[in-house]
Design a protein around this ligand. Structure first.
Ligand SMILES: *Cc1c(COP(=O)(O)O)cnc(C)c1O
Length: 390
């Protein structure tokens, strides 16, 4: 019997919505001009690109000129952090970078490289057991020496949501540039940059039913950014390279649909998430929810199980047709426990047995029930690999 495949890994990526694909298709082979060209072909492509930019700016509540298209969420994070760090150091000698301990590697490794190779000072702010930075801790480290602060909006591994408006306000009071990685959050949470009060905000389309390989960065008017790619004058000279019109169109369409359908998607996802959390807590021995009990993404359930190997668990679930993750996809295969889980203060023994279950807008409740039926025996079997009796 072939296992029915059930995808429960929407934090890793999502399928492209057919409506998004349809919006993109004309821009591959019909309206294929280079938006920088002066002729009609170029003008038609430019019109599509600028209309995509406007669509994004409407969701963000900003001006179109404050939206930059990039090639991924990771690139948006890199441009934000590198761009602001170098610009602020040049402008006013600020040389310190503050990031949370639970940032995605696109931020954390960038910050470490800026420290190790480029002479910046780096302060990594610790988080509590739920994965939250303390506002008091941030206040303590804020000073005019700080060039840029980066705290992620919602965590990809544990689903915890930061109170970004409050943290950004602390930075704004001191004139310190604030970046938030909203790559995971944008699939479910409001991203109105006025309400959030951020200077920089990164997104990636493939996390919200758009195509892979395209991202966007909001840059508040007046914020200086040193470009980290050099070349043509595209994106106001901040991100050179011939525009990828179909992907920009796809990102914009996917973001607009996400905003329009947010409430119904989230209601569906949250019901499934709550069902998963309560069932797993009741039926799997020693199961512990990771991340925040209430301030978490509506589609996100994550756990640790004592004395279970997370990778073996993923393989066993995959063999039964269920696609889940343990922590960050970039780390699967590595026996090291996730840095994020360790930052919560979890012991190695627990951090190595993590499971992330992330549902999507089209996840079938019956498939979730089948998953919840097989999970407890699968975990139990992995716990006693040497007993042989089970
Ligand atoms: C997925 C993700 C990224 C990276 O985005 P890509 O578009 O895959 O490069 C960065 N930050 C967070 C929080 C993510 O979930």
């Amino acid at each position: 019997m072939a296992p029915a495949n059930v995808y429960l890994d929407h934090a890793a990526t999502t399928p492209v919505d057919p409506r998004v694909l349809a919006a993109m298709l004309p821009y591959f082979s019909e309206t294929y001009g280079n938006p920088s060209s002066v002729h009609a072909y170029g003008q038609r492509a430019e019109a599509a690109l600028e209309s995509a930019r406007e669509q994004v700016s409407r969701v963000l509540g900003c001006r179109p000129a404050e939206v930059i298209f990039t090639a991924s969420g990771s690139e948006s994070d890199n441009l934000a952090l590198r761009g602001a760090a170098f610009a602020e150091r040049e402008r006013r000698g600020a040389d310190t970078i503050l990031v949370s301990a639970v940032e995605h590697p696109a931020v954390l490794k960038t910050a470490r490289q800026l420290q190790q190779q480029f002479g910046f000072r780096l302060v990594v702010l610790p988080v509590d057991a739920c994965g939250l930075v303390s506002p008091a801790d941030l206040a303590e480290h804020l000073s005019p020496q700080v060039a840029v602060v980066s705290i992620l909006y919602a965590n990809n591994e544990i689903g915890t949501i930061h109170p970004i408006a409050m943290l950004a306000a602390q930075c704004r009071d001191l004139g310190v540039v604030f970046h938030t990685d909203a790559v995971q959050a944008a699939s479910q949470l409001p991203v109105d940059v006025g309400e959030l009060g951020v200077d920089l905000l990164a997104m990636g389309a493939h996390k919200f039913y758009g195509p892979k390989g395209v991202g966007a960065l909001y840059v508040r008017n007046g914020i200086g950014l040193l470009p980290w790619l050099t070349g043509g004058g595209q994106e106001q000279g901040r991100r050179p390279g011939t525009h990828n019109v179909p992907l920009a169109v796809g990102l914009a369409e996917a973001l607009a649909l996400t905003a329009a359908e947010r409430q119904s998607r989230n209601a569906h996802q949250q019901r499934l998430r709550d069902r998963i959390i309560s069932a797993v807590e009741q039926t799997v021995d020693g199961a512990r929810l990771t991340g925040h009990p209430s301030e978490r993404l509506p589609n996100h359930a994550s756990f640790v199980f004592p004395d279970v190997d997370g990778n073996a668990l993923l393989a066993a679930l995959d063999a039964r047709g269920f696609a889940c993750s343990s922590g960050s996809a970039c780390k699967s295969g590595t026996p090291e426990p996730s840095e994020t889980l360790l930052a919560l203060g979890l012991p190695r023994r627990l951090a190595l047995g993590s499971l992330r279950v992330t549902v999507g807008k089209d996840t079938d409740p019956q498939a979730v029930e089948r998953f919840l039926d097989i999970l407890p025996p699968v975990v139990a079997a992995l716990r006693r690999p040497a007993a042989g009796g089970k």
